[in-house]
Write a protein that binds this ligand. Sequence first.
Ligand code: PLP
Length: 364
Amino acid sequence: MSRPAKALIDLNALRHNVALAKGLSPHSGTMAIVKANAYGHGVVPVARAIEDMVPAFGVACIEEALELREAGITKPICLLEGAFCSDEIVAAAEHDFWLSVVSREQLQVLLAARLNRPVKAWLWVDSGMHRLGIRPEEVVDSYAALSTTGNVADCVVLATHFACADELKNEFTHQQLLRLKTGMAGLPEQPRVSLSLANSAALMAWPECRADWNRPGIMLYGSSPFSVHHPQAEKLLPVMTLTSSVIALREVPVGESVGYAARWHASRPSRIATVAIGYGDGYPVHAPDGTPVLVKGQRCSLVGRVSMDMITVDVTHLSDVAVGDEVVLWGNGLSVNEVATSAGTISYELLARMPRRVPRSYSE
Ligand SMILES: Cc1ncc(COP(=O)(O)O)c(C=O)c1O
């Protein structure tokens, strides 16, 4: 018998979430964001499962894009951080990768490149996040340079990224939109400039941000980008369910401690289940006592510090727990957001850092 820690990836749920994202903005192109190994879900099986539903994919770097090409994915792939060196521009042109231009420096390198064929370019505007992108007042010149160089194919997409779209009442999203529109004011009216604005949160909650291209990531994997209830988020289905099994059970008398640093002490005679999952499997090391865990479908509390390969769970209130019983750490029946919040992190981190040691199994 192999180690029971596994990530079950529900490809039907993934397709359901992609359909939801598309349905929110039916006249837009949906670029599925699959960077960081498709947020830990396994980029090749994920891309294969949805290639017929989306016109393009988004990744962080050329290595991620090449992995998709080598697996036979033929749709365009956007390099969201652009080229890290000039060789990557040549490779992007060869492999039909869409190249982001995220700074004046990248713009100059692209203009100076010697390419056999032109690339499609996405020009990123820093509308307030102050991470990547040219300044709004640089839009007109930069856009003109990209539109006239022989190194860039047909239309240039103008893109920006929102800092606070997951905060439903935060006006900063509107301010960012305004700054972008101000920067665009001097652009020629014809042909109309293609725009890409929305990540998952903006796509779900800010209809004015839906544009020619949307870029949903986390929602495709069934996790809400919001910390509060949102009707669209209710419709998402979790794609990853992280499971393992009870591998040992013991009775712990009052006053005895459990685990490293003796963090938790039994305040009543307690039944403690040891589960084969730990921070070596991507379970958050900072999860405190009380973090929810499902044992045989019933909510229980993590007790004691998370070890590399094991956690300990209080199952005193369950009558019939046995070694071998199934445990769900997140996914079906227990949202990854709830576990992330309890551990002081975000679902993105828990999903994206899921290590290779945890075998993924894919179900249709
Ligand atoms: C440029 C860009 N667009 C879209 C996304 C997708 O964001 P989300 O996963 O919040 O939908 C990301 C993710 O960080 C991103 O960096």
